[in-house]
Design a protein around this ligand. Sequence first.
Ligand SMILES: Nc1ncnc2c1ncn2[C@@H]1O[C@H](COP(=O)(O)OP(=O)(O)OP(=O)(O)O)[C@@H](O)[C@H]1O
Ligand SMILES: Nc1ncnc2c1ncn2[C@@H]1O[C@H](COP(=O)(O)OP(=O)(O)OP(=O)(O)O)[C@@H](O)[C@H]1O
Ligand SMILES: [Mg+2]
Ligand SMILES: [Mg+2]
Lengths: 229, 229
Amino acid sequence: LIRLSDVTKIYGAENKHPFTALAGVSLQIEAGEFAAIMGPSGSGKSTLMHILGCLDTPTTGEYHLEGDNVDRLRGDQLAAIRNKKIGFVFQGFNLIPRTNAVENVELPMLYSNTPPEERRRRAAEALRRMGLAGWEGNRPNELSGGQQQRVAIARAIVNDAPLILADEPTGNLDTKTSAEIMELFVRINREEGKTIILVTHEADIAAYSRRIIRVRDGLIVDDERREGR
Amino acid sequence: LIRLSDVTKIYGAENKHPFTALAGVSLQIEAGEFAAIMGPSGSGKSTLMHILGCLDTPTTGEYHLEGDNVDRLRGDQLAAIRNKKIGFVFQGFNLIPRTNAVENVELPMLYSNTPPEERRRRAAEALRRMGLAGWEGNRPNELSGGQQQRVAIARAIVNDAPLILADEPTGNLDTKTSAEIMELFVRINREEGKTIILVTHEADIAAYSRRIIRVRDGLIVDDERREGR
Ligand SMILES: Nc1ncnc2c1ncn2[C@@H]1O[C@H](COP(=O)(O)OP(=O)(O)OP(=O)(O)O)[C@@H](O)[C@H]1O
Ligand SMILES: Nc1ncnc2c1ncn2[C@@H]1O[C@H](COP(=O)(O)OP(=O)(O)OP(=O)(O)O)[C@@H](O)[C@H]1O
Ligand SMILES: [Mg+2]
Ligand SMILES: [Mg+2]
C-alpha cells in the first residue's frame, strides 16, 4: 500500500538555516496493517505523517501510494488522492473555529459530493461513535480539549477512507476514553480492513498496534512487528 | 493561598441551552502544594483551571486568591493580578502564531515592564531549561507539537510567579521529555516554594504530585493527599 524510498525533508532548504527533519526514510506498509510510530519530541514523526498523508511533499526520495508515485504531485491532484484515500487526525486537531462539530465532520464529504442529508446523517453517526451525541452544535471553543480531539477523529473516519493516519489521537483523553477510541481503531482495522498508522508517546496505546516503528533524529532506528491487543 | 467556595460555571446561562460545567466546587489549596487534577474528558478540569487562573469568572460562588476576593474583578484588575501571581500553561498552548519562540516567552515580562535585555536573557534561559536552546527563532508552525508545548511551559515559568497552573503539560511529550519537565516542576516546587496545580490524564505524571483531586461531571468526587515522587 505504502512505499517510501529514501525520503528526506529539509525545512528552509532555500535559506540560511536549513533543518533536516527527515534524513532518509525508507518504509513499506501493507494494506490492513496497524502500526504505531514512536520517538522523542522533535524527532520527525509528524513530518513523516504529513508526507504519508499527502499533506506535504518530500525534499528528495519517492513515495508510492497504492502503486501511484505521489511525491511529485501538487495542488488539486494531491488533494483529490488525499480526500479519497486518507483520513487524517492532526496533532493540533485543525478544526475550523467558526464551524460547529457536525459541520467540521461533514467537511471531507463536501469534497466527495455526498448529498447533504447523507452527509449530515453520517457526520452525526461518526460523532455518536466518538461519544459526542448531543455535542453536534458546539463550536470548537465550546468543546473541551478531548472533545475537540474526538471531533477530529470523527472527521477522519467519516469518509470511509482505506488509510487512517492519526497523530497522537489520545493526547488529551482520559484513560477510559482513550481505551474506547483504541477499541474503535482495532475494530475498524480488523472488521473493515482499514490500514491504521498512529503516532503515540504512550506505550499502552502503542500496545494495540501490531508493529512499532521508532524514529529518532529524522531516521527510522527500529521497526518491529508484534502481537497487538 | 487558594479558596474556592461553592463555585459554579454555567456556559450559555442566558440562552436556551445552558450547560453546567462546574456544579458547585469548594477547594482549598495552601501555598507550596503540588496537586494534580484528574477526571474524564469533558468533566470540567480546564474550566476549573481557567477560574483558578483568573482567565474566567465563576457564574456563582467565591474565589479568594491570597485573601483577595477575585471572583468579581474584571478586565485590567484581573489581568494585573493574573500577570503577577500566575503562570498558565494552556491545554492548546495558545502561542502567538506570527511570533517566534523567544518573543512568545517574553510576553509576560512585557506586562511587568522588565527591561528589554533582561527580558531577552530570561526568556532564552527559560527555553534553555526546556531543552529548546537553538529554537528561539522558530515560529510555532516551525516547531513540533511537543516543542510548542515546551515553549508554553517556558512562558509560564519565566515571570517567576508564585502559582503555576499547567493544563495537560505533557500531552504531546515522549516519556523521557515528560520526565524532564516533571523533574523541573518538582524542583520549582521544592526549591523555590512555588505552588503547582496540573491537570493530567496520565497516572505516572500525577504520581509526581502530593495531592490528587478527581473531577467528574463538574464536581470534585475525590481529594487525597499522598507522598509524591
Ligand atoms: N463555551 C462553552 N460553551 C458551552 N459548553 C462549553 C463551553 N466550554 C466548555 N464547555 C463544555 O463544558 C464541559 C467541560 O469542559 P472542560 O474543557 O472544562 O473539560 P475538561 O475536563 O478539561 O475536558 P478534557 O479532558 O477533554 O480537556 C465540556 O462538556 C464542554 O463541552
Ligand atoms: N516549518 C518548519 N521549519 C523549520 N523546522 C521545522 C518546521 N516544522 C518542523 N520543524 C522541525 O522539524 C523537527 C521535526 O518536527 P516534527 O513535528 O516532525 O516532530 P515530532 O516528532 O512530531 O515531535 P512531537 O513529538 O514534539 O510532536 C522539529 O525539530 C521541528 O522543530
Ligand atoms: Mg508531532
Ligand atoms: Mg481540558
